[in-house]
Design a protein around this ligand. Sequence first.
Ligand code: PLP
Length: 393
Amino acid sequence: MVNENCYKLGAEPSVIRSLFAYGLQQAAVAGPDKVYDYSLGNPSIPAPAAVNASIKDIIDGMDSIQVHGYTMAPGLSDARQSVAEDLERRFSLPVKAEELFFTCGAAPALISVIKALAVSEDSEIMLLAPFFPEYLPFVEHNGARAVIVAPDTRSFQIDRDKVETLLSPRTQAIIINSPNNPSGVVYSRESLEALAALLERKGAEYGHPIYIIADEPYRELVYDGVEVPFIPCIYKNTIVCYSYSKSLSLPGERIGYVYVPGFVQDSRELYTAISGAARIMGHVCPPSLMQLVIGRCAGERPDLAAYDENRRLLYGSLSAMGYECVKPQGAFYLLVKAPGGDSMAFSEKAKLQHNLLLVPADGFGCPGYLRLSYCVAKDMIERSLPAFKALLG
Ligand code: PLP
């Protein structure tokens, strides 16, 4: 006998992974240049040179036992101090190393915060569609219930009124992901301020804070100088979950953090509960080598030129053909309305007729749309354009 929930999750095919596997299989049959794979959000720009140089330097120059040994569970103090200083410099906030808890990326960061806030069986965590599909298992298998706010498909900004109708005394937190996966939209300051005012008012009415969990793996991936407001500067009760997976192109190295600002209500209690939640998940410490690297490279930023070029090419070309696209301001995703309205059927047709792999956004809470990851080679985009055209014809 095995746990039924775990079995179901393990057996459930992931649409994204299935498309990716299909692409690999077709590449062997038809040739790699005849497959147009927009499925995975795996960074396609290399990690900054300073990251690789630091790895070499650390390996060559430091004691091996120390480099590969356990660290304290929240992470190395020096590395956390570097991150705190970087955040302070950028956002003019007082940030302390003790407010940071290093994790193996954003996924475990989110789960520990959710677990820490799941105070009873009916605790609710609100999700704004479109959202990263893994939020559902993160919430529903860690003691809380997911409450989904339907997308505002006119702007893909936060629909304050819809949020208000779904808030309840059971609402513990709302996850905000900006720049957003899958829409590429950056929530505006105005939209965030309206949400903050609502949460303040409702929190006072319910007699407990409603936390914002800011999921920010794409914080630095932004184009055209669009502002990505730092949410703790707008709303006091914000807990940040960050990852270097996308910003430093290190998704396989598993490094990120939770930041619980000192001014958050019950911040120390929360921080302690987050470390307890991490312990339940078997967290010991994130890779020590990566902590050392972040200690040296906290101020590094990605070179976005290649993503930006892809963004302009894909958005410009598909829009010119007549596809309805959401203009991406950040991350590396383009959300496109499925011609005919059935995203599953369109994705299947694109796959079978053209080896064009587009992810139906139904699992992101946004049926009728397709997600395209443009962290790919530019020439693949160029080669795929006739297939997009043929699908419209
Ligand atoms: N949150 C969002 C919105 C994501 O898109 C992803 C990964 O794609 C994650 C969290 C998980 O990131 P990590 O690789 O750091 O666990």
